[in-house]
Ligand binder design. Structure first.
Ligand SMILES: Cc1ncc(COP(=O)(O)O)c(C=O)c1O
Length: 432
């Protein structure tokens, strides 16, 4: 993982042509903050996964350039991991919101509204009682890191990963043992590597299925093997399976079952953000079979956010009740976008290689070493703004900056082909 080794530390941070990039921001996300951020950030946004060793950064959480996705939105945005954003209008048109005007804006309940937990429970095969709602899966990551682990405990984490999956642990003072899954092995789970890292100090094992950035799923057989290893080596540990992308299947592909009901040591997390297209509702959940842990997480939630927003939870309940109707057309769009991307990868096979994802609107593409030396990789990132393009650097996730996450479900379908053509033009420019 060059992003965490040798010269790439800090060396990945290029001061960019801020002016050029600023002109290309889509207006709907542009704020004064974004201009500030771009000014101190780099052109292609490929900062390191781990900046804790940077003397300038004094934050408790490592700073990761993935934060730029919240403020930068270029016209050819292939950096996002979501499918297209749902609108409030689409939600309001769904049955069940007739009485929304009467909704009282008091605090919500500690575990989350029962109606919402029932709707969630239906999708993951556990009882509503086992569910705690969270502000996105993101809050779940934070609560778990702070409640399951104590400073000095160990967590075993499969990387590359969504940066907060690791950084919440770092922020909580947990010793993180990273298991680096590789492009060469199609990002398959490395059970031997995990086995070697488990110990009686391990309190949490954290994986995602499908993973971010690769969209690769873990099989039930591998989860069972992992649980067996944990039983032997880390009897106190829980297994967190981040299922945020699970329902973002392609077309008629079967949707993988949630692992929530498989074993009482498993905690899963997910949200309405990805497959359902509603990250702005900031509504997610944890499934927690263990009563004691659930009680502790509820208190942790009380101490951070008190409760979820009753408005968000009401809207999310309606969305989940209509999930099949919302998901079906989105899955068709994902399947068609994936087909288009597969063709592009084939046409560019001399210059790039990819790992075909199992689910999720995202995948990993790598600049081939035969075609791109290190200078050409840098040129590639520097060229993106001029092509109105946005990609997520592998370095954000603990991968090489030679790898990028390509999000193929966020742009309207008509914009995908122009975005992929622009990407080819950036490849041309970098290798010229
Ligand atoms: C694997 C994974 N987990 C959690 C999250 C957090 O998303 P949210 O809080 O919107 O559910 C993300 C977002 O990209 C993610 O990729």
């Amino acid at each position: 993982m060059p992003g965490r080794e040798g010269a790439a530390r800090g060396g990945d941070f290029h001061q960019g042509c801020a002016g050029a990039a600023v002109r290309q921001f889509a207006a709907d996300r542009m704020t004064n903050d974004s201009q500030q951020m771009e000014g101190t950030s780099m052109n292609g946004f490929q900062q390191n996964f781990d900046e804790t060793d940077s003397p300038a950064w004094r934050g408790r959480f490592p700073r990761n350039e993935i934060i730029s996705l919240l403020v930068v939105n270029r016209p050819l945005n292939l950096a996002e991991s979501t499918s297209q954003d749902l609108t409030v209008g689409e939600l309001l048109d769904m049955a069940g919101l007739g009485r929304i005007r009467d909704l009282k804006l008091g605090y919500g309940t500690s575990a989350g509204s029962l109606a919402l937990r029932e709707a969630i429970a239906e999708g993951c095969g556990v009882s509503a009682e086992q569910i705690i709602t969270t502000q996105g899966t993101a809050l779940g990551l934070f609560l778990l890191a702070f409640e399951v682990c104590r400073s000095g405990d160990e967590a075993v984490l499969a990387t590359p990963c969504f940066p907060p999956s690791r950084d919440c642990l770092v922020g909580a003072g947990v010793n993180v043992r990273e298991i680096k899954l590789t492009f060469e092995h199609g990002y398959g789970l490395d059970l031997d590597g995990i086995d070697a890292s488990l110990s009686s100090k391990t309190k949490l094992v954290s994986i995602a299925s499908p993973q971010n950035p690769a969209g690769v799923q873990t099989s039930r057989a591998d989860i069972e093997k992992l649980l067996a290893l944990m039983e032997k080596r880390s009897p106190e540990a829980i297994l967190f399976v981040d299922e945020t992308y699970r329902e973002a299947a392609y077309g008629d592909d079967a949707v993988a079952d949630s692992f929530a009901a498989l074993d009482t040591r498993i905690v899963t997390g997910a949200s309405v953000s990805k497959a359902l297209g509603a990250p702005g509702l900031r509504t997610g959940w944890l499934t927690v079979a263990d009563t004691d842990l659930r009680a502790r997480l509820n208190v942790a939630k009380m101490n951070t956010v008190i409760s979820g927003s009753v408005l968000d939870e009401t809207l999310a309940t309606v969305l989940l009740r209509h999930r099949e109707g919302v998901l079906a057309p989105r899955r068709r769009l994902l399947a068609s976008a994936l087909g288009e991307l597969a063709q592009w990868c084939e046409s560019e096979r001399e210059r790039v290689e990819w790992v075909r994802p199992d689910a999720g609107a995202l995948c990993c593409v790598r600049l081939r070493a035969e075609a791109f030396d290190e200078a050409a990789v840098s040129r590639f990132w520097d060229l993106l703004p001029a092509h109105d393009l946005q990609l997520a650097s592998g370095a954000w996730f603990g991968e090489s900056r030679r790898v990028f996450r390509l999000g193929f479900g966020y742009l309207p379908p008509a914009r995908l082909a122009p975005a992929l053509s622009a990407l080819s033009a950036a490849l041309d420019g970098a290798t010229a």
